[in-house]
Design a protein around this ligand. Structure first.
Ligand code: SF4
Length: 274
């Protein structure tokens, strides 16, 4: 029998739906899950944008973001996560440039000086249905009388097929905010930095759909922990799974995909079976 976690977050629920075995490695066995370089670029960009949006609107300029990035960099560069990347000088320069492009990409999609920011990095901890839920909302904005949930994304805007998960996650934030404030946010926005905003109307039907996923994941996690059975769900995502070396089914999936030419060359795990 495995220990069931005390709550679910949007990312842990999505991780279980994607692959219960991967979820077990991360949330039960707590195997090291090193943040990859791309994820850390996003972490740093999030931090700078958080600081920027805590300032008053007219102070949210590109120059202010540069100053904040310089200040925040000292602490970030000293973190274990960043140091563990072991970047050489050229790679470190490329990392900083990539992070800056993500930060500056905010101005490609909106002018932050015109945004009525209510809060940044807001923790929400509520019961959603019967599921204990905890999440951190990147930004809550006000538009007129309405609240808007905004979520920064530093990765590439996914194709239609892969957007559903992201939309469900942001709907869970909207549901949590509704539960805390008694008012349903009118919109949820995925801010793909430097690309575009996915602006989604928050409806009760969309929230209910996300809550159904959350409840189902919670019930299945309960069963999986009780029986200690966490099925692998091999897919193209095995190419991005940090636990593939501990997972025979995932490794077999990678080998099959490489042989069939169906694994993107930039998948981090591709090198393992090349
Ligand atoms: S390698 Fe694939 S099947 Fe195995 S745990 Fe990771 S995602 Fe799941």
């Amino acid at each position: 029998m495995a220990d069931k976690p005390p709550y679910l977050s949007p990312s842990s629920a999505a991780a279980f739906v994607s692959c219960p075995r991967r979820w077990r490695f991360k949330y039960v066995d707590r195997l090291p899950d090193p943040s990859g370089r791309a994820a850390l670029v996003g972490t740093f960009a999030h931090r700078v944008l958080e600081l920027l949006c805590q300032d008053e609107p007219r102070g949210r300029t590109v120059d202010a973001a540069k100053d904040l990035a310089r200040t925040a960099w000292e602490e970030f560069a000293a973190s274990d996560d960043y140091r563990n990347l072991e970047l050489d000088a050229d790679e470190a320069r490329a990392f900083r440039w990539q992070a800056w492009l993500a930060i500056a990409g905010l101005w490609d999609i909106e002018d932050p000086a015109t945004v009525d920011v209510v809060s940044t990095e807001q923790k929400v901890q509520v019961e959603l249905g019967s599921v204990p839920f905890v999440g951190i909302i990147d930004r809550v904005d006000r538009m007129g009388q309405d609240l808007v949930v905004s979520d920064y994304k530093s990765g590439t805007l996914p194709g239609y097929r892969w957007r559903h998960d992201k939309i469900q996650q942001v709907m869970l934030y909207a549901a949590a905010l509704q539960s805390e404030t008694g008012k349903r946010p009118s919109r949820a926005r995925l801010l793909y930095l430097g690309q575009r905003i996915l602006d989604i109307r928050v409806t009760q039907a969309r929230i209910d759909n996300a809550l159904a996923m959350l409840t189902e994941a919670w019930v299945e996690i309960d069963q999986a922990c009780g029986s200690d059975q966490f099925e692998p769900r091999p897919s193209v995502l095995c190419g991005w799974c940090p636990f593939v070396e501990q997972c025979p089914e995932g490794r077999a999936e990678l080998v099959a995909r490489v042989e069939a030419g169906r694994l993107p060359a930039h998948a981090p795990s591709a090198a393992l079976v090349a």
